[in-house]
Design a protein around this ligand. Sequence first.
Ligand SMILES: Nc1ncnc2c1ncn2[C@@H]1O[C@H](COP(=O)(O)OP(=O)(O)OP(=O)(O)O)[C@@H](O)[C@H]1O
Ligand SMILES: [Mg+2]
Length: 403
Amino acid sequence: MDGYPSLAYDIIAHEMDRPTLFKDESKLFPDHVPTNLVHREPELKALSRVFKVLLESPGSVAQKVTLVGDVGVGKTAVAKRFGSSIESLVKGKGINLRYVHVNCYKDRTLFLVIKKVAQQILPSIPDRGFSAQELFETLWKILEDENIYLLLALDEADFLISASGEKDAPLYFLSRVADEYLNRPQRLSLILITRNLEFLSGLDKSVQSSLLHNVVRFEKYTSEQLFDIIHARGMDALKESALSEEVLAMISDISAPRGDARYALELLWRAGKYADAEAAERILPEHVRKAQLDVSQFPMHTVQELPLHERLFLLSVAKVLKRNKSAYVTMGEVESTYRVLCESNSIEPRKHTQFWEYLQNLKNLGILYTKISGAGFRGKTTLIGLLNLSVEAVERGLKDLEG
Ligand SMILES: Nc1ncnc2c1ncn2[C@@H]1O[C@H](COP(=O)(O)OP(=O)(O)OP(=O)(O)O)[C@@H](O)[C@H]1O
Ligand SMILES: [Mg+2]
């Protein structure tokens, strides 16, 4: 068979050789922590203020801070970036500080958390036959012998439970360690990360107050902030020619109600994949809509069960979007296509005033969304975009109206 590559070989070789819009797609992956976290300077500064003491007089106090905020607002990324930065910063001053990030969703008990820490500080530490407390004491001894300070981030801390299922035992233990080793240097500082502070309310009062002493709140990202984030990450991950302002703005607008950077980055990554699959020269709005369909499945029957004129209206939006290859359409454009569609279906068109009602209904269903025009339009115009569905999907679902 030498010299006669199989068909499968050809397919694979060809596929792998295909041109791509990506430079390094891993830069868009959710666990990538970028060096620069735009729009999180205030949060990074707040953390720096809390932990300044680790630099000035390590061992004097055990600092605790709680980071709180919704999904995808950068809590994990900020903690990790802060952790690695402070590690190298204090190293320059001869201080041995180790940052350990534990995800409590994966490591749910005190024992597993301590084991994770032990493995990172001293990989050879045995973890068998120990109780959590014993393992902790061994670890503590190493910290003292080697003069190491520990900054421990407990991410998704709500999932932390004790072996017997009590919620507060592990946090009680970790936040009260200081009392056990009074008069000795404090070696354990904590960063607690959660989406909701409510879980603290069930905890011991002293634990609560020590954890609520320093709280850094992460607000949802606005559309403009999301734009800057996906722009920065997009430039690292994709060829410059792949990105357009229109597509970046579209993704930011779609993601803005959630304020979630992870969602926006996933949309960009998937849209890039769709563009590559079509060997497109850049990412287009339709690639974003397809990407969105993957991320949030929208039930097609909802579209098919809409009242007739709402279906006609929606199909018109899709048709204009397709024709213009754009992210948004104007009401005027939709209206004229709607009239043509009505005519080809021998349906009496409804009056202009009805359209705002259709639009409102389709918005409420999460099928359309609107924004007010900015630069490039005269006056203020309502722009209409398609949400949760691709143009292709709408056309397929409503093909009986194609006339
Ligand atoms: N300011 C930013 N600049 C660049 N990337 C960011 C920024 N904020 C968040 N990200 C990225 O968005 C994604 C989600 O952020 P992160 O994982 O930190 O969210 P989170 O607040 O921990 O959410 P969750 O509560 O779901 O764990 C990550 O890929 C992260 O790197
Ligand atoms: Mg997180």
